[in-house]
Design a protein around this ligand. Sequence first.
Ligand code: TXA
Ligand code: MG
Length: 348
Amino acid sequence: MVTELIVLKTLNDSFEDIIRAGELLRGGDIAAIPTETVYGLAASALSESAVKKIFEAKGRPQDNPLIVHISDFSELEKIVCEVPENAKKLAMKFWPGPLTMIFKKKDCIPDIVTAGLPSVAVRLPSNKFARAVIHAAGVPLAAPSANTSGKPSPTMASHVLDDLDGKIPMILDGGPCSVGLESTVIDLTSDTPVLLRPGGVTLAEIRETIGACELNPKILEPVEEDEKVASPGMKYKHYAPSAPVVILDGDIENAKKYIKSNINGKKVAILCFDEEIKFFDELNVTVISYGSAESPETLARGLFSALRKLDTLGVDIIYAREPRMSDGIELAVLNRLSRAAAFSRISI
Ligand code: TXA
Ligand code: MG
């Protein structure tokens, strides 16, 4: 299959391409689309055969459910049984945006989308191209991140091409994603809301809006084999470069000492903050930064690109510096980095 890459400019200039993408999706095919979080691999959420193509192209395990994307709040009631008060409050504040909410699903959503669960995850993205494509398709779009399963999510169209060239018919290039990490996922199907995946909408913002919200413990801990999890995505190895990633937990001086005494002829790379690049100079190893320590938003935007870059270097081990724990976007960065490291961390 030939993959067509279409560069989008303004909504006006790209009108015809967006209509064509909408027709392709309505007709039961798949396409990669930009969103503000990461690129998504979209298909009609109402078509079992279309959604099957997503799982095939990504090599995604069948038991990992997909997020359904809508372009207007009024589409929500067509796919979910009820919209709890908390969901209305969160939607008022954070939709359109990087927030996914879990509801009880209606029968029009086929089992393949939800991996047989009675619930469905729904998001109303803020990216103007994403919304225009959903609108043009005229159906809600199921879309996981548009990467090969297990790879870091794509934050640029070139990442999608690297993973899925020849496997999908179309990629819409809307430029780099502004958030850079996948959406926040919150479960609203039980009495107390539970955060299942931290993202661009922070825990602090959620608690400010609806009060109590629990944090699923698996956000910062590994899942044991055969353990039952609230969100199937937690089980899977994710975001991982091929070399092992080890998080060094401690100050920068100790990090340098630790790395120096552990090089032992190995090809080492360091993943750190912009401000720290110079500091590691004398070690003569590859140093890649993923953003500024002073601006967690830049870390969120830069992490997946940096992990992809590290993957091409053929190093033996990657030592990573992490942001401080908080109830802001740092929590999402920590979660993704911890998973890339398979939760391997050394206190130094
Ligand atoms: O930002 C995003 O959310 C991106 C863009 C494309 O919208 N999408 C995305 O999708 O990250 P994906 O498939 O890579 O991650 C969806 C996560 C998975 O961890 C999945 O297990 C969880 O959401 N999920 C989906 N439906 C669920 C449900 N009904 N109950 C619990 N977890 C669910
Ligand atoms: Mg994903």
